[in-house]
Design a protein around this ligand. Structure first.
Ligand code: NAD
Length: 350
């Protein structure tokens, strides 16, 4: 029997996770759901944002779904004990190197996009961002005093063959279940790591994925194309830094922060980490008005990518679509439904 570990966390995290639990009870009653403290809540209870017990439970689960962490009340906690440190610690412990971020436009919300409806209606892009390497982790890094009133800041962009191959493989595999197209974005024209990226993706494609259509695109052109004609893309694979920026831009073409899920995957057979993209929203926490759809759609991704329940994932996605088509809107979408009522709207369509 599969186990889902819920880490509700802080702020609106517990509010949106409560709706995931309700949806799961209807859709997947056979799923065992565990819950552990995490983030600021865990810091208050146990003096650390990520206890060994929570980490071990995450590694033992089939999938982990977190709400959100953080809030002003922990702003003065030591940096290594802040709620966000728990998030990075969990990603590291779970070795989740591929960040999947869909940019999917629900038809009912196409008019809310910053682009014209015809540019985004039907949009369905999957970003695969490398999550544990590149310039955010490369050494050397730091700020050095040059002693002449000047300082020097250094970051290192670095990738190995293995790091590129494993994330590209995730992208090719995903593409096979979609429209079979991958765009690989880098800056091979000006960066050595970008050139290696292109070479490794090309070689892997030729050796194992020749049936998938592969396009190499420079990351700056990719940014331009995403706002010009985003529907030309299916799966986009890219490094940590470019993925951070490009996936944020693409995701926001499609709706509110309260709608956007994500997944972080590691090696096959290891648990994935699923989370809404939004934070703990302290400004609306406790009011029962947060949009639970990002968390519910994160559960949809968990069903699809970790729990082997594709048919149930399809059912859940269809229920969310039907709820939106029927006019269900929380405050962030211009409506008046409470968090619980939006949960009801989805459950009614299951
Ligand atoms: P935020 O995403 O929490 O909120 C930004 C704005 O969007 C707010 O006005 C909020 O009310 C609104 N919003 C967010 N989610 C919503 C939802 N589901 N429904 C309706 N409205 C929603 O970002 P922030 O305010 O910059 O950060 C607040 C805290 O969250 C900080 O402590 C930050 O560090 C943390 N944070 C955590 C994560 C995470 O857990 N992965 C991600 C981002 C921010």
């Amino acid at each position: 029997m599969a186990t889902l570990l819920l880490l509700p966390g802080d702020g609106i995290g517990p509010e949106v996770c409560a709706q995931v639990r309700r949806v799961a009870q209807v859709l997947t009653p056979e799923l065992t759901i565990e819950e552990k403290p995490y983030g600021g809540t865990s810091y208050d209870q146990h003096g650390t944002p990520l206890t060994d017990e929570t980490r071990d439970a995450a590694l033992a689960a089939d999938a982990v779904l977190m709400g959100a962490v953080g809030g002003p009340q922990w702003a003065n906690a030591p940096r290594h004990l802040r709620p966000e440190a728990g998030l990075l610690g969990l990603r590291k412990a779970m070795q989740v190197f591929a960040n999947l971020r869909p940019a999917y436009c629900f038809d009912a919300l196409a008019d809310a996009s910053s682009l014209k409806r015809d540019r985004v209606a039907g949009l369905d892009i999957m970003f695969v961002r490398e999550l544990t390497g590149g310039v955010y982790f490369g050494e050397p890094r730091g700020i050095e005093d040059l002693g002449n009133g000047q300082k020097r800041g250094v970051d290192t962009q670095v990738y190995t063959t293995g790091e590129i191959e494993r994330v590209a493989r995730v992208a090719f595999e995903l593409a096979r279940g979609r429209s079979n197209r991958v765009a690989s974005a880098e800056k091979s024209n000006v960066m050595e790591s970008g050139l290696l990226w292109r070479q490794v993706v090309t070689a892997l494609h030729a050796a194992e994925y020749a049936d998938v259509e592969l396009e190499h695109i420079l990351a700056d052109n990719c940014a331009m194309q995403l706002v010009r004609a985003p529907k030309q893309f299916d799966v986009i694979v890219t490094d940590n830094l470019f993925g951070d920026i490009l996936s944020d831009a693409a995701a926001m073409l499609t709706g509110s922060l309260g709608m956007l899920p994500s997944a972080a995957l590691g090696a096959p057979g290891k648990p994935g980490l699923y989370e809404p993209i939004h934070g703990s929203a302290p400004d609306i926490a406790g009011q029962g008005v947060a949009n639970p759809l990002a968390a519910i759609l994160s559960f949809e991704m968990a069903l699809r990518w970790s729990l082997g329940q594709t048919a149930k994932a399809d059912r859940l996605l269809a229920a969310v679509k039907a709820a939106l088509d029927g006019g269900a809107r929380t405050k962030d979408l211009g409506g008046f439904l409470t968090t619980h009522a939006m949960g009801d709207a989805v459950i009614a369509r299951l």
